[in-house]
Design a protein around this ligand. Structure first.
Ligand code: C2E
Ligand code: CA
Ligand code: CA
Length: 831
């Protein structure tokens, strides 16, 4: 249970520190930049003070010098710290009791490890059940300070301090804004002088209604990275302000009441049991809480009627078994191990735990276990008391209506999804963007549930949820509608293809086997996609259409996806078919071939090298161009095995030529970005060459500029390794990308291949092409690069090239790409 987690699990590490001599404005600038709410003042290894955003209220903004004082003059000290093992619940109570917003977390030697703030506690969701049950009204600060926009910063700071509030509402004409301590920190950093606060307040101010549930407010705060909301009544009048601290304080009362209640009852029952067993038995019998007494080996000796009532198991059924009979499968082994460690160490454990009734239904209990010891201190019994608190979370109609998350997977549920979708639609409308809704339904989930049981079914759903989430972008939302149905919401989609691509990724993610313990099995899924605005503009419409599309996917073969509008699909179907055809082809290699195109020395006409070009002939699709299947292979990841296959074939061919009496020329293979950046590229190239005993000088690589551009440093390193092996490296298609020679100068490359389009432009009559070609080829030969003219098709082009320092010619004019045998027959010299 979250309140029992140690604070080290939620504390913010990455502390912001400064020396006592740091000017305040500098410290504040760093806080603002890193979005920290405090800075630790350190002298050597020792923490000597802290300055928090709350302290910014004391700054005199009228006095320019005030922000330049050394921080030591304005910091607070000493700094109170908590050990990292402090339970979150305890920290929450201390925040309230000591009226603090931060605690330093320090180890036994006083070394700072992190900071916990109230926000961390609220964000941690430990109080979630309480946030679900209470209205904003109950936690808000009523009648917040509302200031006129004309007020000065200094007066504002002192008003805030006098009113002990960390935020004020600012009237800026017709709209409302807000000014918080955090803002003041920024002003300390860049001291805007005494500007009127209407210029400085953040606008617009987000609002909630007084009768909204707190959990909704929390989601807004987190979702929009703001720390305060203004509370409005039905007529839109400001009735309150709500910040993280308020939520915490509000939720805490309930939490504490519950806690006290449980502890009191436990103490009473146990105290009495020691004094008078019979009396205790009566108490226990009539208790509304479930009670289990076990022996030291946790075998059940006794349960009370409330236990039977809650779990469905009678005393007779429970006797002699262990409480594991109630296990839901929802907690892992570490959870139980911690529970037992606590019991052994502290003699008690308290927390929330999901169990399962005899009927199979899950329920949430608040459980307190106490070890009972004899006079020698040996544990003789364990007593467990529990309350069914499921109802707290889901009983009332209202809570059900307002609960936003699915209890099993913790994903947003339908309600929250609908909220988000309608927000996303509005956003997409404003930005004239597309968005996609993907309906995901597992295939044959019912069979898993029926054959392996509910616990396995639940586990599967959780694993599915995890996998799906892992394959979505940060801005995407995943929700569970119930059962085995999920929805992914993808904002800012450009083309239907992009959504389809995500769909394929999700199908792949689910296709991999799932593991429970040592069992492994597979499920599939069917996906349906609807698009805004193409298919519909309403929440219901989009969900409905995605559902309908999913149905078609199910009917048309499962483990696939469909777009709601089938016509957006035509192109896509072919892609999908090609992709699986390529996958099959790769397994056997049948239909894949390599053609070789010669490159000749322009001046002597001698054959200098060749380029290897992939060919694919498929029985159904016919001859496919690499311009079609290479990008496809890249998108699907098949490029890696494909590239490996090609390289193997080329090196093998070089070996065959050598061993059959030919004198081969160097052959260059094309590397796509993904191939180039794969981790062990140089290693496997090297291994392949060694295996076939082919000298590295016979192998070259062609890369495009865009492959290298982003990560010049690393690219340079890999290229150098290839060059050190002895391989040549060429920049391909030069002139189509960045065409930055100054950049290429930095790279260890040997050859520059001028793109076909340049060569064409030579005879098109355009003068611009000539000028560029003159500059590029001139500079390249200055740099000592081999210059290749690609795609030379006509004699006219060849003649036009004469004026430029070009070394090699490649093109249909001098030789088409041909099969290896033809290449050898036509151009290679036999020995
Ligand atoms: P690229 O690297 O620029 O390859 C040269 C392309 O130009 C080849 O097309 C070649 O057949 C074509 N070509 C050669 N001379 C002429 C000419 O005079 N006129 C015209 N119009 N075209 C000429 P191809 O074989 O269709 O390959 C297209 C692209 O596919 C290649 O462009 C390369 O980017 C890619 N590719 C081919 N094989 C592989 C491979 O094994 N791996 C990778 N990653 N990409 C490859
Ligand atoms: Ca090439
Ligand atoms: Ca090229």
């Amino acid at each position: 249970m979250p309140q029992d987690l140690p604070i080290e699990r939620i504390m913010q590490t990455g502390l912001l520190c400064c020396s006592p001599r740091t000017p305040l404005c500098e410290a504040a600038a760093r806080m603002a930049e890193r979005c920290c709410s405090s800075v630790l003042v350190m002298e050597g290894d020792a923490v000597v003070g802290i300055w928090t955003e709350h302290d910014s209220l004391q700054v005199d903004f009228d006095e320019p010098g005030a922000v330049r004082v050394p921080i030591a003059q304005v910091m607070s000290y000493p700094v109170v710290s908590l050990p990292p093992s402090t339970p979150i619940g305890e920290a929450a109570m201390r925040f309230a009791a000591e009226n603090r917003r931060h605690f330093l977390v320090a180890d036994a030697d006083g070394r700072p490890l992190g900071i916990v703030s109230q926000s961390d506690v609220v964000l941690n969701q430990g109080l979630e059940p309480y946030l679900r049950l209470r209205e904003v009204r109950a936690a808000m600060r009523p009648e917040p300070v509302i200031l006129d926009g004309g007020l000065s910063l200094r007066d504002t700071a002192s008003t805030m301090q006098a009113a002990t509030c960390d935020a004020v509402v600012v009237r800026c004409g017709d709209t409302l804004g807000i000014l918080t301590e955090r803002d003041l920190v920024r002003f300390v950093a860049r001291h805007p002088g005494n500007t009127a606060i209407r210029e400085l307040a953040s606008r617009p101010l987000m609002s909630v209604r007084a009768d909204d549930m707190l959990i909704h407010a929390r989601d807004l705060l987190i979702g929009h990275h703001v720390r305060h909301l203004v509370v409005l009544d039905e007529d839109g009048a400001v009735v309150g302000l709500l910040g993280f601290g308020d939520m915490l304080a509000g939720a805490e009362q309930l939490y504490l009441a519950d806690l006290r209640d449980a502890l009191e009852k436990r103490d009473q029952a146990l105290a009495q049991s020691r004094r008078n067993l019979q009396l205790a038995e009566r108490v226990i019998d009539s208790s509304l809480e479930g009670i289990i007494i076990t022996d030291a080996r946790t075998r059940i000796e006794f349960v009370n009627p409330a236990f039977t009532h809650m779990t469905g198991y009678s005393l007779e059924e429970a006797l002699g078994r262990t409480p594991a009979m109630l296990s839901s499968g929802r907690h892992d082994a570490t959870f139980y191990r911690h529970m037992w460690d606590d019991l052994q160490a502290r003699g008690s454990w308290r927390g929330e735990i999901w169990n399962r009734r005899k009927s199979g239904q899950l329920y949430l209990e608040l459980l307190t276990i106490t070890a009972i010891r004899d006079d020698d201190g040996q544990i003789t019994h364990f007593a467990a008391l529990f309350n069914d608190i499921t109802h707290l979370r889901e009983n009332e109609e209202r809570v059900r209506r307002l609960a936003y998350y699915d209890a099993l997977t913790q994903l947003p549920n339908r309600r929250l999804l609908e909220d988000r979708l309608s927000l996303a639609i509005r956003h997409a409308h404003r930005q004239t963007q597309r968005l996609a809704v993907i309906f995901i339904d597992l295939d044959h989930f019912k069979q898993v549930n029926d054959s392996l049981g509910h616990a396995a079914g639940d586990e599967l759903l959780m694993q599915v949820a995890r996998r799906l989430s892992a394959h979505l972008r940060e801005d995407d939302s995943l929700a569970r509608l119930g059962g085995d149905e999920f929805i992914a919401l993808l904002p800012e989609i450009e083309t239907p293809e992009e959504a389809a691509c995500v769909a394929r990724r999700l199908i792949e993610a689910i296709r991999a086997p799932f593991r429970f313990g040592n069992r492994e099995f597979r499920v599939g899924c069917s996906l349906g996609i609807s698009l805004y605005p193409d298919d519909d503009t309403s929440v219901e419409g989009l969900l409905h259409h995605a559902d309908a599309a999913m149905y078609r996917a199910k009917q048309e073969g499962r483990n696939t996806y469909r777009l709601f509008r089938a016509d957006m699909h035509a192109h896509d179907d072919r892609r999908l078919a090609l992709e699986s055809a390529l996958r099959e082809t790769l397994e056997t290699g049948a239909g894949l071939d390599v053609h070789y195109q010669p490159l000749f020395d322009r001046d002597t006409g001698r054959l200098c090298s060749a380029e290897a070009l992939m060919r694919w002939r498929h029985p159904a699709f016919g001859d496919l161009s690499p311009t079609e299947f290479i990008p496809l292979a890249e998108r699907s990841g098949l490029i890696l095995p494909l590239g490996e296959y090609l390289l193997h074939r080329v090196v093998e061919q070089l070996r065959i030529w050598r061993s059959t009496g030919f004198d081969p020329v160097p052959v260059a293979v094309n590397l796509s970005a993904r191939q180039f950046w794969q981790r062990d590229l140089v290693d496997w190239v090297c291994a392949e060459l060694e295996a076939q005993e082919v000298p590295a000088e016979l192998l070259g690589f062609e890369l495009t500029e865009s492959t290298l551009f982003d990560k010049q440093q690393q690219a340079s390193q890999i290229l150098r390794e290839l060059r050190e092996l002895g391989c040549t490296v060429a920049i391909d298609d030069f002139g189509t990308g960045y065409s930055s020679l100054s950049y290429l100068q930095e790279l260890p490359i040997s050859t520059l291949k001028i793109d076909r389009r340049f060569i064409q432009s030579l005879t098109d009559g355009g003068r611009g092409g000539q000028a560029i070609l003159a500059a590029v080829t001139g500079l390249a030969s200055e740099l000592g690069l081999q210059v290749v003219a690609e795609g030379v098709e006509t004699q006219a082009q060849l003649i036009a090239l004469e004026r430029f320092p070009v070394h090699r010619i490649q093109g249909f004019l001098t030789g088409h790409p041909v099969a290896a045998d033809t290449f050898a027959d036509n151009w290679l010299i036999g020995r």
